[in-house]
Design a protein around this ligand. Structure first.
Ligand code: C2E
Ligand code: MG
Ligand code: MG
Length: 729
């Protein structure tokens, strides 16, 4: 903008109140001219005046002047109107009051009041309009004016509207800090924030948690529904996250389908676990994107400073490891970081390699678990469950290796093998026993699946109606037309279809009506929940059963272990039951034996009630009592207590501190005691670690340990203080 500066070149003159009334143009008009000024010069001046007026009216620039006190003596009317006041009403107002004080914008800039009191000149000072309704930005220049005696006579200056440039600069800096798709903080922004939070917090000894979050099956949505749908989905994910986390600035999209959340001042793993579970539950609810319904999952890794790392690099790396562990444990889960995870990640890599050779090494087999008629206790079929007996590690759970197989495409050879073998076995059983085979969503998404099934049926000679394929709800995620084609192709083969794990998160009764299922399998977590006081699961199971009956489908309750659960599902009219209460998976030979004996009936047997989940284990920990540390082994752990071995003859009522490592200390009292085993009760309940294990809610902070050099004094338990032992350990 060079126009205003050119105008400032107009030679200054004395500046008085009477002149100001005539305005800026009046001022120019008062230029003293030597007698004899020719007409051409007059013309020039008039022309200049007209140009100035045109310029003012164009709205591109404006002029102002003040008296010695900084009060407005002239201001272009057009700009005064833009500020919401006619020029006349502004005369006499301090010029600085037209603009917001500088602290609300760039603090490095000298402020306007400062410059004007110093009578300094200024150029293009960016200022924000102060009047209500005026959120423009102005670049304002001003020159002090001197009278004939060289005394300060006020200011004259100009201004231009720089709102548009300012906005686009703001947009650019927003882009640099925020993710343009979701509006969340971007990776750069959140990592700066984490750095500064951790730096401040470590001085104040405050904890800070972070969560890393990764969507499961997002790629599938992108691939099947297209990128615009993927984008729309990510926006909804961001909205759901914000609802739970609340603080917009602390949620970030790192890129792709990865998110990070900073949670200052939280170290309670019970609270963090609940929040992670809420996030997972919320994100796994169905989405509606561009007219399609889709379902994704989410996994969460949690790390907490200072326990799991004090620098942002360490913390993020460890949260990432926890996320990896959460995914490895079957997805849709959360995991807390612990130092064991480094080993676990390595184990998983080795497992992946071993799985490649498992089939050829003959380590894979099938267990058949009976499915029993709930009313008559008669076995009506069996479910084929893949078994891996590792040469060194023994039995490895399919919950652990099936997801690895799915990620590495090993699910194809394994799945095909199970299908062939199960059909072959079933064809050899006396009688008409049905066999159910699990089909991974990855297999289901492959158009080759019907051919593989047909081959298995042909090779074994098994009648198709004796084969049941178990499919999980996640197949509804994919393209609806493809899914329907696959259903039809499988039904055309004459096999039965069962919906597995119903109730594990994204259940919808809607698709039951259109999908050709012969059976719904109600997930064990759902049934377990139903026995808890205040649970609405019972009512939902009753509704599912009613719907299934109306649609001519069977129902199976999975994972029934206790008599109270069995009584409940019978009461709710569930037609079939599968669970340890009847039988664990058995080898094919046993199915043959029962088949030969004629009908196969099992009498249910199990505990009356479901117990607080106990984990059998062999875990070395330390029990601290008085000034002694004892190495003990935990054989059995629940949220409220444990069985320990390793100390002889401990009196009932003795109090210990159990040190689980990594700052996890729990006070416990001996409630039962035989020679070398004690049943102990915890004073602080443990919480889920998100991966089927338990951890303490709080940890003793490294700050406290460093300060006290004794973990137990940090727990404020003077009776259990250890000194030399702790240092020695
Ligand atoms: P699923 O299909 O829901 O199978 C039921 C699981 O519950 C089995 O676990 C079974 O052993 C277990 N179970 C049965 N009754 C009880 C009970 O009373 N209490 C408890 N706690 N558990 C019970 P398993 O064999 O570990 O299999 C886990 C999952 O792995 C299966 O869940 C299935 O999704 C998958 N899977 C197993 N075999 C195959 C396979 O051949 N192919 C594929 N794609 N997935 C398989
Ligand atoms: Mg199953
Ligand atoms: Mg199941």
């Amino acid at each position: 903008m060079d126009m205003p500066s050119r105008i400032e070149c107009v030679e200054p003159t004395e500046h008085g109140a009477d002149e100001s009334q005539r305005g800026f143009f009046g001022l120019i008009g008062t230029r003293r001219r030597k007698p004899g000024t020719d007409a051409a010069a007059e013309m020039q001046t008039r022309e200049a005046l007209l140009l100035l007026r045109n310029y003012e009216e164009s709205g591109r620039g404006w002029f102002w002047s003040t008296d010695t006190e900084g009060r407005i003596t002239y201001i272009t009317d057009a700009v005064a109107q833009m500020m919401g006041r006619p020029a006349a009403s502004l005369i006499g107002t301090p010029f600085v009051e037209l603009f917001l004080p500088a602290d609300s914008h760039d603090e490095r800039q000298r402020t306007l009041p400062f410059l004007m009191t110093r009578q300094s000149k200024f150029d293009d000072l960016p200022l924000r309009g102060a009047f209500e309704g005026d959120d423009r930005w102005w670049a304002v220049s001003g020159r002090p004016q001197l009278d004939a005696n060289g005394r300060f006579a006020g200011y004259r200056g100009s201004g231009i509207d720089i709102t548009a440039q300012r906005r686009s600069a703001e947009d650019a800096s927003r882009l640099a800090l925020y993710d343009s798709l979701t509006g969340l903080a971007n990776r750069f922004n959140i990592s700066k924030k984490l750095d500064s939070t951790l730096a401040a917090f470590s001085q104040q000894q405050r904890p800070c948690a972070i969560m890393l979050l990764d969507l499961d099956r997002f790629k599938q949505v992108n691939d099947t529904l297209g990128h615009p749908a993927g984008d729309a989905l990510l926006k909804q994910v961001a909205e759901r996250l914000l609802k739970i986390v609340g603080d917009k600035e602390m949620v970030s999209r790192l890129g792709g389908d990865e998110f990070q959340i900073i949670l200052p001042d939280i170290e309670d793993r019970g609270e963090l676990g609940e929040m992670a579970a809420d996030i997972i539950a919320s994100l796994t609810q169905p989405y509606s994107v561009e007219g399609s319904r889709c379902i994704i999952g989410a996994s969460v890794g949690v790390a907490i400073a200072p326990f799991d790392g004090q620098s942002s690099d360490d913390l993020v790396r460890n949260a990432d490891l926890a996320l990896y562990a959460a995914k490895g444990n079957g997805r849709g889960r959360f995991a807390f970081y612990s130092s064991d995870l480094h080993q676990a990640a390595e184990d998983r890599r080795v497992l992946e390699e071993d799985l490649r050779d498992a089939l050829t090494r003959g380590e894979i087999s099938i267990g058949y678990q009976p499915v029993v008629n709930a009313g008559s206790n008669v076995v009506t079929g069996v479910e084929a469950l893949i078994r891996w007996t590792h040469r060194d590690r023994g039995h490895i759970s399919p919950a652990l290796f099936v997801p690895i197989a799915e990620e590495t495409n090993l699910i194809w050879p394994l799945g095909e093998w199970v299908l062939l073998k199960a059909c072959e076995d079933a064809a050899s059983w006396p009688g008409e026993m049905r066999v159910a085979v699990n089909v991974s969503p990855i297999q289901f998404a492959n158009p080759e699946l019907p051919k593989v099934v047909a081959r298995a049926l042909a090779a074994s000679g098994l009648s198709p109606d004796r084969l049941e394929l178990e499919i999980t709800e996640s197949v509804f995620l994919g393209d609806t037309a493809e899914t329907n084609r696959m259903f039809k192709a499988l039904k055309d083969l004459g096999v039965r279809l069962a919906l597995d794990d119903f109730g594990t998160g994204y259940s919808s009764l809607g698709y039951l009506q259109s999908a050709p299922f012969d059976k719904i399998k109600i997930d064990q977590s759902f049934v377990r929940g139903a026995t808890e006081a205040g649970s609405r699961n019972g009512a939902i199971i009753a509704a599912i059963v009613a719907l299934a009956e109306a649609l001519d489908m069977e129902t199976t309750a999975e994972g029934i272990e206790s008599l109270d659960q069995l009584a409940l599902v019978r009461k709710l009219n569930v037609s079939h039951v599968q669970g340890y209460i009847y039988s664990k998976p058995v080898p094919s030979a046993e199915v043959v034996r029962h088949g030969e004996a004629g009908s196969w009936t099992i009498k249910p047997s199990g505990p009356a009630r479901q117990r607080n989940d106990r984990f059998s284990m062999f875990r070395k920990v330390t029990a601290i009592h008085d000034n002694h540390r004892y190495a003990v082994v935990i054989r059995n752990l629940s949220a409220t207590g444990a069985f320990i071995e390793g100390i002889l003859d401990v009196p009932i009522g003795t109090r210990f501190v159990i040190d689980f490592g990594e700052g996890q200390l729990v006070t416990a009292t001996v409630r039962r005691s035989t020679k070398h085993q004690q049943g102990i009760e915890f004073e602080q309940t443990m919480v889920s670690d998100g991966n089927g294990g338990l951890c303490t809610r709080h940890r003793v902070s490294p700050y406290l340990i460093a300060a006290a050099a004794q973990p137990t004094s940090a727990l404020a338990l003077p009776t259990f203080t250890t000194t030399e032992d702790w240092k020695a350990a």
